[in-house]
Write a protein that binds this ligand. Structure first.
Ligand code: PEP
Length: 263
């Protein structure tokens, strides 16, 4: 099953205008040196304030796609501080990250709200990157698989099989995010295999075989090759290591293995 891998950089609340340009220039230069036929899909998720500029820098570079870090599912109106899908469409945003543990924990976003966002994103023709992941306490209590099943089942409520197939999931154990302590690659592979089984049970095997499931949590150039060698892992959602052009390019290179290169 050839699923096109994704290397996605989540810039979080980093990079002002000048920094976003410097980082993007470095990434674009690095990409220009790579064999396009073997490249994963490269995705960058700047802050809203840098979206216009990054859009402008990549508009002639089809190898890089734009993601937003969030969206409000309502079409417009009295939602102070929020941004709509219509606004993201101005910048040809392809992906929207939703359900990130930072938003679930710091902004109290519920599974139901994440599901509303997923439905709205898909109805506008964009693609959600739906994050899920367990806390350290849940892992130690042995309830990881059950917790992920619950998060995935709720996130995909009322989503059709054809929309599910094009969606992206990011498995991000919370204890691995920003800690420098990546999940063991084989264990990440096992857990992602379980998530795929949940999708097969919710829909069918074809949907499960097509949906791309990324791993996120302290992915670094030194871990990416082993991670990408795992059959269930279709790429990475990367925070810290996506903020330096050289390291992001090394992550892209690590995802250029032959078995992950799609023909
Ligand atoms: C993330 O926030 O999605 C993430 C995986 O961060 P980091 O790579 O820094 O652990």
């Amino acid at each position: 099953m050839a699923r096109k891998p994704i290397i996605a950089g989540n810039w979080k609340m980093n990079n002002n205008k000048a920094q976003a340009k410097e980082l993007m220039d470095g990434i674009l230069y690095g990409i220009s040196q790579l064999d396009a036929s073997k490249m994963p899909e490269v995705v960058v998720a700047p802050t809203y304030t840098a979206l216009w500029q990054v859009y402008d820098l990549i508009k002639n570079e089809p190898k890089v796609k734009l993601a937003a870090q969030n969206v409000n599912p309502n079409p417009k109106g009295a939602y102070t501080g929020e941004v709509s899908l219509d606004m993201l469409n101005d910048f040809k945003v392809k992906y929207v990250i939703i359900g990130h543990s930072e938003r679930r924990q710091m902004f109290a976003e519920s599974d139901e709200f994440i599901n509303q966002k997923a439905l709205a994103i898909l109805s506008e023709g964009l693609i959600p990157i739906i994050c899920c992941g367990e806390t350290l306490e849940q892992r130690e209590a042995g309830v990881t698989d059950e917790h992920l099943k619950n998060q995935i089942t709720k996130a995909f409520n009322n989503i059709s099989a054809s929309d599910a197939k094009k969606s992206v999931i990011a498995y991000e154990p919370i204890w691995a995010i920003g800690t420098g302590k990546s999940c063991d690659a084989k264990e990440a592979n096992r857990t992602i295999g379980q998530i795929r089984k949940v999708i097969a049970d919710l829909y069918n095997q074809e949907t499960a075989d097509n949906i791309r499931i990324l791993y996120g949590g302290s992915v670094k150039p030194s871990t990416i090759v082993e991670q990408m060698a795992q059959p269930e892992i279709d790429g990475g959602l990367i925070g810290g290591a996506s903020l330096i052009a050289e390291s992001f390019i090394d992550l892209i290179k690590g995802a250029m293995t032959d078995e992950h290169a799609v023909v």
